[in-house]
Design a protein around this ligand. Structure first.
Ligand code: SAH
Length: 405
C-alpha cells in the first residue's frame, strides 16, 4: 500500500511521451561547471573582469539557495537578470508523480523536456530515509543497454543518456521536495533521518549504467561534491557499475567517488547469463580493475552487490567462492534480496538461505551485509525502476514534427 500524489495528471495527458519534439528550449545553466558558466556569461557580453564574480553569484544561487528563477537573484542587477532569463533556463524538470512508501521511501517520476533528437523523457529518482542518513538514488540514463536478466530497468531499451544538468536536477528536485534549502520547511508526511541534512548520501544506482555516460556523470558528480555548492562528500557518493572495466580507473582518478560493483555471480558462466556485460569483461578482469582502484583502504572499500536469486546463485559454495574471490580487495558485501517485478523470471531466496549465506560472509569478516528492501510497495526498490519513455525512431520523429507544423 502506498500514498500516491499524481501531481500533473492533466499535463501528462496533454503531453504524452511520444509527442513531437517541441521547439528547442533555452539552454540550461544547471550542470555547467564554472568554465561552462563563464562561457555562458561571455556569450551574453558579461565583461571578462566580472565573470568570476558573476559565476560565484550564480553558483551560490543555483546550488546553495536552490533558485528556480533569475528574479530573486538580488545581488545581480536587473538588466543582467533579464538578459540571463532571455537566453538561459534554470527551471526544474516537470514533477509528474511523487509516491511515498509506508516505510518513508519516496519515488519521484521526473519528465525532462525535449532535446535535439528526442522527445520528452521520464526517469525515476528514489529517496531512502534511515535513522542516521538519507540516501538519494539517482538515474544516469533513460532505460539501459545492459539487459541484466533480473533487472526491470533492463527491459526498457536505452532512450538516451541524461545530461549533466538532468543528473544534477534530480538532486535539486529532491532538495525542493525535502525542504532542504535555507528557510524551507521539511515535509511531515513521513519520517526523515535524524541528521542535519535530509540527503546525506547519493548513489548512482537508479536507471542506467553510469560508466556508459561517463562525461555527464563526471560533470554532475563534480558539481554535487563541490564544497561551495551542494557540498556532498565524495565518500558519500557511490557509483555503481555492472563492470565497464576500461572506465573503472577513470572513475577513480577523475571523479574520485566510492565504487560499487554489481557482481551477482562468482562464476563466468552464470555471470554471463545474469549480467551479459560479463561476456565482454569477465570476472578476472573486473576484479583486477577493482584491486587497482585508486585510493582503496580499509576505510574506503569497494561495495560488491550480490542479488539473492532462489536456487540460482545462493548456495553455500557460492558464498565461499565469493569470499575467496574478494580476498585482498578492501570490500564490503551487500546482499540484496531480489525485488520482483511483473514478469520477472526469478524468485527471491528464502530468508534462511539468505541468513546462511550471510553467515559465511560474516565469518570472513564482512559486517551486516543484507540490504533491507525499501519502497517495494511503490516499485522503488533496487532494480524495479522503469519509465514509459521509448526511443522514437528518427523517421517517426520527423513525421510527428511535420504533422504539427
Ligand atoms: N547499471 C548499474 C547501476 C544500477 S544499480 C549497475 O548495474 O550497477 C542497481 C542495483 O540493483 C544493481 O546492483 C543491480 O544489479 C541491482 N538490481 C537490479 N535488479 C534488481 C532486482 N530486481 N532486485 C534486486 N536488485 C536488483
Amino acid at each position: 500500500m502506498s500514498i500516491s500524489l499524481d501531481i500533473a495528471r492533466d499535463n501528462r495527458n496533454a503531453a504524452p511521451v511520444m509527442a513531437a519534439p517541441a521547439a528547442p528550449a533555452r539552454p540550461s545553466l544547471i550542470g555547467l561547471g564554472r568554465d561552462g558558466l563563464a562561457a555562458a556569461l561571455s556569450e551574453i557580453g558579461v565583461p571578462e573582469r566580472q565573470r568570476r564574480m558573476r559565476c560565484a553569484q550564480l553558483w551560490n544561487w543555483l546550488y546553495r539557495a536552490g533558485a528556480t528563477g533569475f528574479d530573486g537573484m538580488s545581488d545581480i542587477g536587473k538588466s543582467l537578470r533579464a538578459e540571463l532569463a532571455a537566453r538561459f533556463d534554470i527551471a526544474r524538470p516537470e514533477l509528474v508523480t511523487e509516491q511515498v512508501s509506508l516505510d518513508g521511501t519516496r519515488k519521484w517520476l521526473l519528465r525532462f523536456a525535449s532535446r535535439e533528437g528526442s522527445g520528452p523523457v521520464e526517469v525515476e529518482t528514489v529517496y531512502i530515509p534511515e535513522h542516521d542518513r538519507g540516501t538519494l538514488c539517482v538515474s544516469s540514463q533513460v532505460g539501459c543497454t545492459l539487459n541484466c536478466r533480473f533487472c526491470h530497468t533492463g527491459t526498457q531499451k536505452l532512450v538516451r543518456n541524461l545530461t549533466a544538468g538532468e543528473i544534477v536536477a534530480q538532486i535539486l528536485v529532491a532538495r525542493d521536495r525535502l525542504g532542504e534549502w535555507p528557510g524551507a520547511s521539511r515535509p511531515t508526511d513521513a519520517p526523515l533521518p535524524d541528521a542535519e541534512r535530509a540527503i546525506t548520501n547519493v548513489v548512482l544506482m537508479g536507471m542506467g549504467e553510469p560508466l556508459y555516460n561517463f562525461d555527464n556523470v563526471k560533470a554532475a558528480m563534480l558539481i554535487a561534491s563541490d564544497g561551495e555548492g551542494l557540498s556532498l562528500s565524495k565518500r558519500r557518493i557511490t557509483l555503481s557499475t555492472a563492470g565497464v572495466v576500461p572506465m573503472i580507473p577513470r572513475a577513480g582518478a577523475e571523479i574520485g567517488v566510492m565504487l560499487a560493483i554489481s557482481l551477482h555471480a562468482v562464476r563466468d558462466d552464470l555471470r554471463n547469463e545474469l549480467v551479459p556485460l560479463n561476456r565482454k569483461y569477465p570476472l578476472d578482469e573486473l576484479l583486477e580493475a577493482c584491486r587497482n582502484y585508486p585510493g582503496l583502504s580499509n576505510a574506503r572499500r569497494i561495495t560488491f552487490e550480490y542479488v539473492m536469486l532462489d536456487g540460482v546463485n545462493d548456495s553455500l559454495a557460492d558464498a565461499k567462492e565469493l569470499v575467496r574471490l574478494l580476498r585482498g580487495i578492501p570490500a564490503k558485501i551487500n546482499l540484496i534480496p531480489f525485488n520482483p517485478w511483473p514478469g520477472s523470471p526469478y524468485d527471491c531466496s528464502d530468508w534462511d538461505t539468505i541468513e546462511r549465506f550471510a553467515e559465511v560472509v560474516n565469518r570472513a569478516g564482512y559486517a551486516s551485509p543484507v540490504r533491507t528492501p525499501r519502497g517495494r510497495d511503490i516499485m522503488a526498490a533496487c532494480g524495479q525502476l522503469k519509465s514509459e519513455s521509448e526511443r522514437v525512431p528518427a523517421r517517426q520523429r520527423r513525421a510527428a514534427t511535420e504533422a504539427v507544423r
